[in-house]
Every structure is written in C-alpha cells, then in structure tokens.
Write a protein that binds this ligand. Structure first.
Ligand code: ZN
Ligand code: ZN
Length: 360
C-alpha cells in the first residue's frame, strides 16, 4: 500500500527540485492525505527531499502513525507552527516552498518571524493541485464508486419528490440515503431548490413545500473512500410546459456539446465555450451565470476550472464536471451536471443517471 504514496512524494520531489527549493510546507488536509494517507484535518506536513514529517497534536497522533505512509510523525504539545519553525532551523532548511492559497496571512507571519532571515519562503502556487488533478487507476475506480452511489441516491429521490414534501425533508432523505449506502458523508451541502428558488444556482434547502408544476433542482454528492462525487438533475413535478422543455433541451444539448469536445489536450476554456455557444444559439446564454465545470477528487472543487479563458489543456486522467444551466429569475432554473473522465481521444461519463427531463 506504500506504492501510490511513494510515487506521489517522488513526483512532488521532482517539482520541488525544478522550483529550486529544498523543502515544501503542505498546509492543506487533502494534500497531505494525497501524499501520506493521513486523513486527519489538523497538522502541517513538511516534505524534504523524499521524506516527509507530519506535525500534529495529541488528538491525531495515533491516527497519523497508523494511517501515514512514508512519514514520521511529530506529536506537538504547543503550537504546531512553533514546532515546524524549530525543525526547519535545526535541520538548516534555507529555501522552502509553500502554497499561498493554503496559509493564512497570520500563519505566514508567524513562520517568517520564528524562522528569521535564515529561511527564504518561495510561493509555489498550484504544484499540488496539478499533481492531484490527474488521477491514477485506483483513484478512478474509487471515483466511479462514489459517482455510482450519488446516482443511486438521485434515482431513489425521484420516487420521493411529491407535492407537499418540504425541501428540507428531501435533503434529510438524501443525507440518510447516502450514509445508508456507505458514504462517509456528503461532499457538500446538497442543493434542493424548487419553483422560483431553483433559479438560485446555490440555493440551500428550506422549509418550502414542493408544489405541482414546478421545477426541482437536486445537486448532490457523496464522499466514498475519501473521494467526492457531484451530480445534478432537474425534475418537473407534472407535465412540463413547452417553454420549460425547450430550455431543458437547450441545457441538455449544451452539456452534450461540452462532453463532445472534452478530451486530452483541449483547452479547458473550449469546453466552456462549446456549452455556452449552444445556449447563445437559443438566446439563453445570458441565463447561464456560472462556469461550465470543475475538477473533482479528494475535494469537490479541484483543479482544473472549465471556465471562459482557461487556456491550459485537459489531461488524461483528470475527472471534471460538465454542468451548464439556465436560471430565470421568478420562474426557475435547470442544470444538468455529470462527471466525466478525460481520456486521450474522448471522455467517459462516471455518473450514469439518464439525462432526460424527469417528469414526476
Ligand atoms: Zn454539483
Ligand atoms: Zn459541480
């Protein structure tokens, strides 16, 4: 079981050498989980050459020693950053990389002050997120299972949506079904948005009751074996009127256009553009108010972003969502979201719930 962790540490090591630093401070729990297997959420990891030292407190020491691979664990009594600074000084580390997105200003000040001028801090944005974005075979297998679980819960919920049921009851059923099927928890707070509220892309469930002849957007994801899933379907309670059907078809085609272009080497922004163009052709692009998708893995929102102007190319092994939508104030919203695995010449759906309009 050491293999993936040793390989990942090696890959980071190569990047650190290229960046001309002798060590790196890892402050993001998903990053240290990726590098060592430690699933706790309090600590700091120092990667020095091919070895790693985890600084954590008494609550996590046993866990870190049993879960961590290729890592020595320092159990700290006092502030973690004090221990990190002392270790850096003792081991004469002079140049260290860190991701500015993962450290607070206060933490960075503490480190700089404690280490003094002997240590130079080099911001290395995106090193870990790029490494993590390309999944290996075991990660992809796990993500397939997490996606299948989300799909099962979605299909269960279609049988649960009825006029009179509150959004909060749907959310409670959703959480219960995820856990019952083995999820360690939700990947994010689920979105259950009905009627005009469905026009809010990130609406949280409320006490509002579902009504006949309304749209309902369900956006849910589970964490299974550490990996997240993310799936959205839009249902209509009753028989959808012509205008709603047309909007639904436009979103469906926009998603298909994004899926059609998504493959290795294609700039991320092109997937966004392909989806947006379809909606523009129907005069609906002004209602598409977010980007087309995002990477997903140990965290629900990961690198890369499938957004306007993103020039970096997709890489085989990345898992991304493709999730266009239209949101019309006062009426409602429609979103269709799936996860796809980027392959050399196309992409493959990991979420497998039918994408047609669900009328209940
Ligand atoms: Zn989602
Ligand atoms: Zn998403």
């Amino acid at each position: 079981m050491n293999a993936p962790y040793a390989d990942r540490l090696n890959a980071l090591c190569v990047r650190l050498r290229k960046a001309d630093v002798s060590a790196s401070l890892v402050a993001c729990p998903a990053d240290w989980r990726y590098l060592t297997g430690f699933t706790g959420d309090s600590g700091f990891l120092l990667v020095v050459g091919r070895s790693a030292v985890l600084f954590t407190d008494g609550r996590y020491t046993f866990q870190a020693r049993s879960e961590g691979r290729n890592v020595s664990v320092v159990s700290c009594q006092g502030p973690l950053l004090g221990a990190v600074s002392a270790w850096l000084n003792q081991n004469r580390i002079h140049k260290i990389g860190f991701d500015p997105e993962d450290l607070t200003v206060a933490q960075f000040r503490t480190l700089r002050h404690a280490c003094g001028s002997a240590v130079a801090w080099k911001p290395l944005s995106g090193t870990m997120r790029e490494l993590r974005s390309v999944k290996d075979g075991a990660e992809i297998a796990q993500m397939r299972r997490a996606a299948a679980l989300a799909g099962d819960v979605m299909e269960h919920l279609f049988g649960f949506l009825k006029p009179g049921v509150r959004e909060l009851e749907v959310a409670a059923e959703l959480d219960y079904q995820m856990r019952k099927r083995g999820a360690s928890g939700p990947a994010f707070e689920a979105i259950v948005a009905s009627g005009p509220r469905s026009a809010l892309p990130h609406a949280r469930p409320t006490a509002k009751r579902l009504k006949k002849n309304e749209l309902v957007v369900l956006d849910l994801g589970a964490i299974l074996g550490g990996y997240c899933s993310d799936l959205t379907r839009t249902a209509f309670l009753g028989r959808a009127p012509k205008r709603i059907r047309e909007w639904y078809m436009a979103v469906h085609e926009a998603q298909a256009a994004g899926v059609e272009v998504a493959r290795e080497g294609v700039p991320c922004g092109d997937v966004d553009l392909a989806a947006r163009r379809v909606l523009a052709g129907r005069g609906l692009d002004k209602y598409f108010i977010h980007s087309t998708g995002h990477g997903i893995g140990l965290e629900v929102h990961e690198w890369p972003r499938l957004a306007n102007g993103q020039k970096q190319g997709l890489r085989a092994g990345q898992v991304v969502t493709i999730e266009p939508g239209v949101y019309v104030r006062g009426i409602g919203g429609i979103r269709i979201e799936d996860e796809v695995l980027i392959c050399p010449s196309d992409c493959e759906f990991l979420t497998r719930v039918p994408r047609d309009l669900v009328e209940l």
